[in-house]
Ligand binder design. Structure first.
Ligand code: 4FM
Length: 246
């Protein structure tokens, strides 16, 4: 997959995506990042990319033309139209289902804003989708773009070493993750649940499912109401609820 990023801070985005699983995905040729700086496409002597807002008020607004030229440069190599996404708090909330959908694509373009905003006409004409990573305000779209690149990159085939670790992740089935333990088995802070030491793989899978269901019920009941649980899951959740009664 190829992701093009339109940003005034291309080095920052490249650094964010340069380490760990995503850095490795790039080295393996599973993910290619291309950054385009609108400042390189500014045509005036000062290389301006922002101007004062019509109607007055604080802050600056990103100019149409440098952004449009950078977008056109990113699109130049594409045979088909490439979905262009603007990251902002006004967007639709990003979730794992949307990440999975975007991860299937051959290419996407991410547009990162700075200052008070981007001229609305550029957004209306050149952006296909507006996404938000959460209900808080950042100072630009670069961190949200890095979040999206990370979430998409790790879903590329071969990015994760254990083929199963993506499928078993929280949210892949709409549930939160189960608890994890490693050595030592006994510790001053507590002991590892005995079932995990039993070697009984079916019992372990069942315990993990029960924990995932129970924690989702405790912490994110909103996620649970969106799911249709089968009889086995209903039973495991009921057991968890019984276990956590005092
Ligand atoms: C976005 C600042 C555009 C300036 C931002 C401009 C955000 C979020 C966010 C800040 N993006 N989810 N939350 N962006 O805060 O996606 Cl011009």
């Amino acid at each position: 997959m190829r992701i093009d990023v339109i940003t005034l801070f291309p080095d920052f985005v490249a650094q964010c995506a340069g380490i760990g699983v995503i850095g490795r995905a790039q080295e393996r040729g599973l993910l290619a990042l291309h950054a385009w700086n609108p400042r390189d496409y500014a045509t005036d002597a000062y290389r301006r990319v922002d101007e004062r807002p019509f109607g007055g008020g604080p802050g600056m607004v990103m100019l149409i033309d440098p952004l449009r030229a950078a977008l056109n440069a990113a699109r130049a190599a594409a045979a088909e139209p490439v979905k262009t996404i603007y990251l902002s708090p006004q967007g639709t909330r990003l979730d794992q289902a949307k990440v999975a959908e975007l991860a299937q694509r051959e290419r996407i373009i991410l547009l990162c804003g700075r200052y008070e905003g981007v001229d609305e006409r550029l957004l209306r004409h050149e952006v296909d989708e507006e996404l938000s990573i959460g209900d808080y305000v950042l100072s630009g779209g670069e961190l949200p773009a890095a979040v999206l690149i990370d979430a998409i990159g790790r879903l590329q085939d071969g990015a994760l070493n254990d083929a199963d670790s993506a499928r078993q992740d929280s949210f892949s089935d709409g549930l939160l993750d189960c608890p994890h333990y490693t050595r030592p088995e006994r510790h001053g802070l507590g002991d590892v649940p005995q079932v995990l030491m039993s070697g009984d793989h079916a019992a372990i899978a069942k315990w993990r499912r029960k924990q995932a269901l129970g924690r989702t019920w405790q912490r994110r009941p909103d996620l649970l109401t969106k799911l249709k649980l089968n009889r086995e899951d209903e039973k495991l959740l009921f057991e968890f609820q019984e276990d956590t009664k005092y």
